[in-house]
Ligand binder design. Structure first.
Ligand code: PLP
Length: 358
């Protein structure tokens, strides 16, 4: 007997389609019919080098990465990306500009102060990060502008790339591969794998080759993107299993129509759930309507007294992971690529059931 399907609304880490998990599990015991686990073969073997190369080329294909960019699978999480992007982008001003749209942006800003100065260009802290700042002016004496494309905790998302002439750095951890992007606008894109791409343990970097080796501050070897670009993402032992599973998931995405196709599904999921939040008098969204995230939908019950009843209905419907982040409270429905539209219908039905009985 198979287990009843759980509708997984968890914010992470690593929400992937069942078939990807199944295929990934096989390689733990016998990879490529070698009679060896993928975990024990040499990362310099041709079998693993082929995995790394396919993973890198699938990223290029799926995101239409133009010539002049290098794709890397590194370690350290997006939290190291905060530091690495700043180290690699500091130029004569030794100043980075930051759009402070939430907890992750703030952490990025903190790291920017280690080797230079992080300047807050705009912020939505005044309203608990419930909106994306607009109408700010960007100083001309910054070496780069950093922003977080999707704010996993607050539930807001940039609907357009900020207009600027300075080099652009973006943390796309929680919306990469969920919608089409124009990579040519960016100097560095980085993303922890563990939402739409693969298991925790690897971090994707898409880097404009022009910026490599141009920092105005001394960069430690492991934090220098040139170190990794020069060695085709194999300077040191790569996180072999997260790269392998990411590669399988990117194959799955390609087979299912790529980023344009998944974007349509993601839009349909978001429209369905936000429409119910706006229609159902028991619920209220917590973010500005025009800045609502398609990945992480944050909302509250108007009457907190209904919380236990709602949680009971959610459990009965096999819905898990809906609890809001501890800093925001309420509910957060994370709807990454692997969550089907049918699961969102189950959630909407459950919200309507609560309305009927209360
Ligand atoms: N940036 C964003 C937008 C995130 O959502 C997260 C984690 O969820 C991070 C950064 C931190 O990533 P990591 O845990 O890989 O360091």
């Amino acid at each position: 007997a198979t287990m009843a399907k759980v509708h997984n609304y968890s914010a992470g880490p690593c929400i992937l389609p069942q078939e990807v998990f199944e295929e990934a599990s096989k390689a733990v015991l016998n990879f490529d019919n070698l009679g060896l686990s993928i975990l024990e073969i040499s990362h310099r073997s041709k079998n693993f080098v082929a995995v790394m190369e396919e993973a890198r080329s699938l990223v290029k294909e799926l995101l239409n990465v133009p010539d002049g960019y290098t794709v890397l699978f590194l370690q350290g999480g997006a939290s190291t990306g905060f530091l690495m992007s700043a180290y690699n982008m500091m130029r004569e001003n030794k100043k980075g500009g930051y759009l402070n749209t939430g907890a992750w942006a703030k952490k990025a800003m903190k790291e920017g102060n280690f080797m230079g100065k992080a300047v807050e260009v705009a912020s939505s802290a005044d309203k608990n990060y419930s909106y994306i700042p607009k109408g700010y002016s960007i100083p001309s004496d910054i070496d780069y502008l950093h922003y977080t494309s999707n704010n996993t905790i607050a539930g807001t998302q940039f609907k357009a790339v900020p207009e600027t002439n300075v080099p652009l750095v973006c943390d796309m951890s929680s919306d990469i591969f969920s919608k089409e992007i124009d990579v040519s606008k960016f100097d560095i894109i980085y993303a922890g794998a563990q939402k739409n791409m693969g298991p925790a343990g690897t971090t994707l970097y898409i880097v404009k080759d022009e910026i490599l080796g141009k920092s105005s501050v001394p960069v430690p070897t492991m934090l220098d993107l040139k170190t990794h670009a020069d060695k085709d993402s194999m300077f040191n032992t790569p996180p072999v299993y997260p790269v392998y599973v990411s590669m399988l998931n990117l194959r799955w995405l390609k087979k299912n129509g790529g980023v344009a196709a998944i974007e349509k599904v993601n839009n349909a999921k978001a429209e369905l759930l936000y429409a119910e939040i706006d229609r159902n008098p028991l619920f209220k969204g917590t973010t500005a309507v025009e800045d609502r995230s398609n990945m992480n939908v944050t909302f509250v019950l108007n009457d907190e007294g209904l919380t236990d009843k709602f949680n009971e209905l959610l459990a009965n419907a096999n819905i898990s992971g809906l609890k809001g982040h501890r800093s925001v409270g309420g509910f957060r429905a994370s709807m990454y690529n692997a969550l089907p539209l049918s699961s969102v219908q189950v959630l909407v039905d459950t919200m309507q059931e609560l309305e009927k009985i209360s």
